[in-house]
Design a protein around this ligand. Structure first.
Ligand SMILES: NC(=O)c1ccc[n+]([C@@H]2O[C@H](COP(=O)([O-])OP(=O)(O)OC[C@H]3O[C@@H](n4cnc5c(N)ncnc54)[C@H](OP(=O)(O)O)[C@@H]3O)[C@@H](O)[C@H]2O)c1
Length: 243
């Protein structure tokens, strides 16, 4: 009897982790980027099937049985639709500014969020969307975003547009209830430190360590993203990742 109970508990536990034991189909936009390249590696190391997207796929030299490299542009709706259809998770880790209007709406981070929501909400079994956010969208004190504390005079115009575009993207997601999104926010400092697998997950507030630092390595940030891809524990929420 005791063995039967153990077997049932084991089955229930296995069911509660959903597809985590099976490979997921994960599309990564920004696969050639500083953050995205770590995400590709982490997903492959954990046995998932990865589609790495780039406007210039020949930039990606990596070869792996579970890796497909495809050409794609987030500004092209037909291409986005073709690439994301049938996938389990789409990870958006891109940056850029389109044109020179200087408006936050011209940040690729915002435009891509709109584009993906536009495509995904039409799909019956749409993939989940994990958006790599910006630390400017984290609260540093109640009601005050980190972006408001930044010395804009020291920022390039492009970076300012991207920071504001990331905040706009989060506000946009806040009104989206027909797509399963998660806005995964890095801390102020993303480092090239090692993968430790040890970090904290917070909400919309910036997390500080005991020395007042807000940081995480890109490798550990990638672990947090793939954890979320596997576990889907923070649907339609902003989360933050830091030591
Ligand atoms: N502390 C912070 O808050 C912090 C720090 C760093 C980064 N971030 C965020 O992290 C994310 C990734 O940043 P990163 O530093 O890794 O960027 P990155 O190294 O500059 O890479 C940018 C990526 O965007 C892709 N991309 C640009 N235009 C595209 C388009 N039209 N269609 C498809 N892909 C396009 C590029 O792909 P191809 O050129 O291959 O097409 C490239 O892989 C961004 O959202 C950024 O805001 C936050």
């Amino acid at each position: 009897m005791r063995q039967l109970i153990f077997a049932c508990v084991a089955l229930l536990l296995a069911a509660s982790v959903g597809r985590a034991d099976e490979p997921l189909d994960i599309v990564i936009y920004g696969a050639t980027g500083e953050v995205g390249s770590h995400v590709v590696q982490e997903a492959l190391d954990r046995g998932h099937r990865v589609t790495a997207v780039s406007r210039q796929p020949e930039q990606i030299q990596k070869r792996h049985d579970m890796l497909s490299v495809v050409k794609g542009d987030l500004l092209d709706k037909a291409s986005v639709t073709e690439i994301v259809t049938g996938q389990d998770v789409v990870i958006l880790s891109v940056r850029g500014v389109i044109g020179d209007s200087g408006w936050p709406e011209s940040a690729l981070q915002f435009m891509a969020a709109e584009m993906l929501v536009d495509v995904l909400f039409l799909q019956d079994e749409a993939p989940r969307l994990l958006h790599v956010g910006g630390s400017g969208a984290l609260e540093v004190e109640p009601g005050v975003l980190y972006a408001a504390k930044l010395p804009t005079i020291l920022l390039s115009k492009g970076l300012e547009v991207e920071i504001l575009g990331q905040i706009l993207a989060l506000e946009f997601y806040g009104k989206v209830d027909d797509v399963k999104w998660t806005y995964v926010t890095p801390p102020k400092n993303l480092t090239n430190g090692p993968r430790t697998g040890v970090f904290r997950i917070g909400g919309s507030q910036a997390l500080e360590d005991d020395r007042g630092r807000t940081r995480v390595s890109r490798a550990d940030f990638a672990v947090a993203l793939i954890d979320e891809a596997e576990q889907a524990t923070h649907l339609r929420q902003q989360i933050s990742v830091a030591y």
